[in-house]
Design a protein around this ligand. Structure first.
Ligand code: ATP
Ligand code: MG
Length: 180
């Protein structure tokens, strides 16, 4: 499954709408210190459901919203969309492209969308469970994560194996069924 593009608007340093295209063969994002490279991976993690703001290098949820600069006013909304190529049908959605969107307002309200249809964060987790892209997956490994994995307890490490083995989706479904 290929990532096609990432669209950011009002997310961290990306005040204006910015589209990052992931063409085949692209292997690196380079740029000067502070230019926003890590903000791009933060945006991917955020749209995939990261709920711990510290993992996004912030203190409060609204720290992901463009806070303004000397020349520019802050904005009121952060929005990120990640678009996947689903032509191989790996995601259980009958569309060749699947877009996952997360939006946060300064009021604290947040919204999630799959292909522009409003959904719950849980639906995004379910969509991506077992693809290797879900929350806590190994697809994005932060600089601090390597140590955390090496030092993790067996129970924590088991969750990683469950995601890789493809049973995370069933666990999520079971939890939800038991709550009803
Ligand atoms: P390095 O090479 O040092 O790792 P980088 O390219 O990864 O740099 P980032 O950490 O992605 O850089 O970007 C940091 C910049 O993003 C800083 O200038 C910071 O002020 C800006 N920034 C972070 N959050 C916000 C926000 N909410 N509003 C505006 N700017 C922000
Ligand atoms: Mg960085």
């Amino acid at each position: 499954m290929q990532l096609l593009r990432l669209e950011l608007r009002g997310f961290k340093s990306f005040a204006d709408k910015t589209i990052v295209k992931f063409s085949p063969g692209m292997t690196a994002i380079v740029g000067p210190n502070g230019s926003g490279k890590s903000n791009i991976t933060d945006a991917m993690r955020w749209v995939l459901g990261e709920s711990n703001v510290r993992n996004l290098r912030g203190q409060r949820s609204e720290d992901v919203i463009f806070a303004g600069t000397e020349k520019r006013k802050p904005v009121s909304t952060a929005e990120v969309t990640l678009v996947f190529d689903n032509s191989d049908g790996q995601l259980p959605v009958e569309r060749a492209e699947v877009a996952v969107t997360r939006r946060l307002y300064r009021t604290g309200e947040s919204e999630f969308f799959i292909n522009k249809q409003a959904c719950r964060l849980k639906d995004i987790h379910l969509l991506l469970a077992d693809t290797g892209l879900g929350k806590d997956s190994m697809a994005i490994i932060g600089q601090n994560r390597v140590d955390a994995i090496l030092n993790s307890k067996p129970e924590e490490r088991r969750l990683i194996f469950e995601e890789v083995a493809g049973i995370a989706r069933f666990k999520l479904n079971k939890e939800e069924a038991l709550r009803r």
